[in-house]
Design a binder for this molecule. Structure first.
Ligand SMILES: CC(C)[C@H](C(=O)O)[C@@H](O)C(=O)O
Ligand code: SF4
Length: 472
């Protein structure tokens, strides 16, 4: 039997043909869809009178444009553009016979939260979505990639895309996370070390004891931000943690089929002697909670570490650091601790899952949000929201002074009206801190873990979550 990486094996299994331009024709196991990037592709199919080839391999939800304020979710939405986009998605999926998790389903949410929690995301699959954070699904040992409009058209029409095979970099994360340090800190640290372009031309295979010790939701957070490190995709080899999470979920196979698949999934993991194009080792021992100080996710440092000076960098990185210092109004040499915040935002496809809300609730319990802070808790899906409400987590958030919202992307990119104003500073559990990302050109985003967002909300400034004691 040939020896290789999971990426090689899954790719080879799904490869249909060599294309003349050097790319491969790749069959797609699961196509996730949301309202922003799909309408145009459906339009292209309609122009040529082509039906959706595999509706049963397609799953749709609505996330980016929908209001998260319960009072604004009645149809038609006040925002006409949002209403039009959702209507387009609704009629497209109905016509094609695609499973759709809309507002009434009780399971609506961000595609990258919904796919895994419904058990649609499975090991060994090829997964695509017209969304860059499709890399999230790699946490299950899948090859999951974001695609553009013409590829959405192709997968709708044929079940295949033309894709270029990448190199594989093994990112070995050794050591153990200390209290108060989360998977989000690990991926921010990785991006800080390897750079936002460090992964270009690669997919990242995350492994090592720190990754193996993570639960599925932690691995999802890590894989989610692969794209922020420039990688085309990121994945973790499937193991018992993966199977235990998946078993019994809505789309998960059952009985003999389940046993057959688990046995098969065991064979698709990277072999011990697999050859990688590159291997890097990152030590998680002694890692601090991380915070970004700049305007891309690689401009990141430990909470106790000083903000670097532009002089520490060369070329493009130096210019980026100068821009960051100016935009963020930060002082190199100081730490980010004590940097005042106006908004605390907890949610997104990076950190909008139940374990994220549990970790933040541990910090919030018995505490109140600083009076200068507007605090939003936005579950990544309605399933997450319901689960949090069953556990009483919503009450802890509300008692602390957070707004408890309904599921969506919300202030991650402010397409739905949840937005920063002026030069507000946001302590955010999201994945992008680009200028203007959260809806205001002067707005300032500081990326961090969910527990760190809760700590910042309480203190009214960036704080070290470890000072709250017992936090994990
Ligand atoms: C709107 C969508 C295409 C976009 C993406 O591709 O990632 C969004 O989800 C984002 O996070 O910026
Ligand atoms: S939560 Fe943010 S990063 Fe994730 S899909 Fe929505 S907009 Fe993109």
């Amino acid at each position: 039997m040939s020896s290789g990486t999971l990426y090689d094996k899954v790719w080879d299994r799904h490869k249909v043909a060599d294309l003349p331009d050097g790319r491969d024709q790749l069959f797609i196991g699961l196509h996730l869809m949301h309202e922003v990037t799909s309408p145009q592709a459906f339009g292209m199919l309609r122009e040529r009178d082509i039906d959706v080839a595999f509706p049963e391999r397609t799953l749709a939800t609505t996330d980016h444009i929908i209001p998260t304020d319960p009072a604004e979710r009645d149809r038609p939405f006040e925002d006409e553009q949002a209403e039009t986009m959702l209507q387009a998605l609704e009629s497209n999926v109905e016509e094609a016979g695609i499973d759709f998790y809309g507002l009434e389903s009780g399971k609506q949410g961000i595609a990258h939260v919904v796919g895994p929690e419904l058990g649609a995301t499975q090991p060994g699959q090829t997964i695509v979505c017209g969304d860059s954070h499709t890399s999230t699904h790699g946490a299950f040992g899948a090859v999951a990639m974001g695609i553009g409009t013409s590829q959405i058209r192709d997968v709708l029409a044929t079940g295949c895309i033309a894709a270029e095979k990448m190199d594989v970099r093994r990112v070995e994360v050794t050591g153990e996370l200390s209290d108060g340090v989360a998977p989000k800190d690990v991926i921010l640290h990785i991006i800080g070390q390897l750079g936002v372009d460090g992964g270009v031309g690669h997919v990242y295979e995350y492994g090592g004891e720190a990754i193996e010790a993570m639960d599925m939701e932690g691995r999802l957070s890590v894989c989610n931000m692969s794209i922020e490190g420039g990688a085309r995709a990121g994945y973790v080899n499937p193991d018992q943690t993966t199977y235990d999470y998946l078993e019994g979920r809505q789309y998960a196979p059952e009985g003999d089929e389940w046993n057959r698949l688990v046995a098969d999934w065991e064979t698709i993991s990277s072999d011990p002697d697999a050859e990688y194009d590159d291997v890097v080792t990152v030590d998680a021992d002694g890692l601090d909670p991380m915070v970004t100080w700049g305007i891309n996710p690689g401009q990141v440092t430990g909470i106790t570490e000083p903000i670097p000076s532009p002089d520490d960098f060369d070329g493009k990185d130096r210019k980026n650091a100068e821009d960051a210092v100016e935009h963020m109004e930060i002082t190199p040499g100081e730490t980010m601790e004590g940097y005042e915040v106006d908004v605390a935002f907890l949610g997104t496809c990076t950190n909008g899952r139940v374990s994220d809300f549990r970790r933040a609730a541990e910090i919030l319990e018995g505490n109140t949000v600083d009076e200068g802070v507007r605090a939003l808790a936005v579950p990544g899906s309605e399933t997450v929201r319901t689960r949090c409400e069953e556990e009483g987590i919503d009450q802890i958030f509300k008692d602390a002074g957070f707004q408890w919202r309904q599921a969506g992307c919300s202030m991650c990119l402010a397409m739905n009206g949840d937005s920063l104003e002026g030069d507000e500073v946001c302590a955010s559990s999201s994945n992008r801190n680009f200028i203007g990302r959260q809806g205001s050109k002067e707005g300032r985003t500081v990326l961090m873990s969910p527990a760190m967002v809760a700590a910042a909300a309480v203190e009214g400034e960036i704080a070290d979550v470890r000072s709250f004691g017992g936090a994990n």
